[in-house]
Design a protein around this ligand. Sequence first.
Ligand SMILES: NC(=O)c1ccc[n+]([C@@H]2O[C@H](COP(=O)([O-])OP(=O)(O)OC[C@H]3O[C@@H](n4cnc5c(N)ncnc54)[C@H](OP(=O)(O)O)[C@@H]3O)[C@@H](O)[C@H]2O)c1
Length: 309
Amino acid sequence: MRIFLTGASGLVGSAFARASARRGHTLTGIVGNFSGDVPGLSSRRPLDLTDESALSSALLDVFPDAIVNCAAVSEPATVDQDPARAQALNVALPAALARLAHHLSARLVHVSSEQVFDGTRSLPYTVADLPAPLNLYGRQKVASEQLVRALAPEFSAVVRAPLLMGNSPGGRRSLHERLLGDWTAGKTARLYLDEYRQPCTAENLAEVLLELCERPECRGTFHWAGADLISRHALGLALRSHFNLSPERAPIVAVRRTDQPEISKNRQACLALDLAPLLGVLKTRPQTLAEQLAELHVPPACQDWCLKS
Ligand SMILES: NC(=O)c1ccc[n+]([C@@H]2O[C@H](COP(=O)([O-])OP(=O)(O)OC[C@H]3O[C@@H](n4cnc5c(N)ncnc54)[C@H](OP(=O)(O)O)[C@@H]3O)[C@@H](O)[C@H]2O)c1
């Protein structure tokens, strides 16, 4: 299969590149500013994805069977800093890709987020539940889902992903990479006792995206996540223990949402996702936390520091 991947240098895109290479697909990966290596790409193209005519030319040139959209401004705080740039990447880009997928009769797999929900209920959110985003990032993701569904209904699958673990090309993107980076810099991690997430690795999510490329009959909006719901604080403790770090070298302070009400009002208390109907359809299984931890590497920038522990 010929696949066109945006965000190839990101946490999810780079995992997708490795998974796609294992399955023998021909993968064209679009990168932005990242200059390092991205293993698994058949061809690599630097491109500013906010330039719609350059995007069209690149897509018409490749004429892919499938398009996978992993490019985004993927952090709520960064979205708030530059809403216009985030709108271009998080909303206008998926809409352009949906129009082009329709034009090329290509499969489109677009990554959305658990942050379309407000996180006020403890039951898992199903794909039938109505989105109620708390922040601009979540609102942009909702808009992207609506546009993708409207512009390429017969070709598209949207996957809402949870908090992601995994190994990124620059070693700074995923949860454990950030925590290790903070501890290496002498910082204390402040982690919520009462915010629950259902993390999965980018590698596991990439397998799902790849299966969806290969399964065009799966259309619409889907959920994916790991097998375990865990508080951010418990996750931090599990990561510290996994990397064999002492509490003195890798300090964690427990905080509660009521400690910082102004910040907490834009953060979801509990984001549990019901994985039906994908769970019954795909070969990929959600991973337990233990399985996820086993896949994590110490990023190069933290290796010397970790060895000293
Ligand atoms: N990370 C999470 O915890 C998480 C959770 C749920 C959902 N998601 C969603 O999953 C998807 C993938 O997220 P991620 O964490 O892999 O993101 P990421 O690591 O931040 O990567 C973003 C990618 O977008 C590319 N990009 C940004 N602006 C660009 C531009 N103007 N032109 C070309 N490329 C550009 C970046 O390229 P360069 O780096 O080369 O510039 C990078 O490859 C996103 O839709 C995100 O919203 C992420």
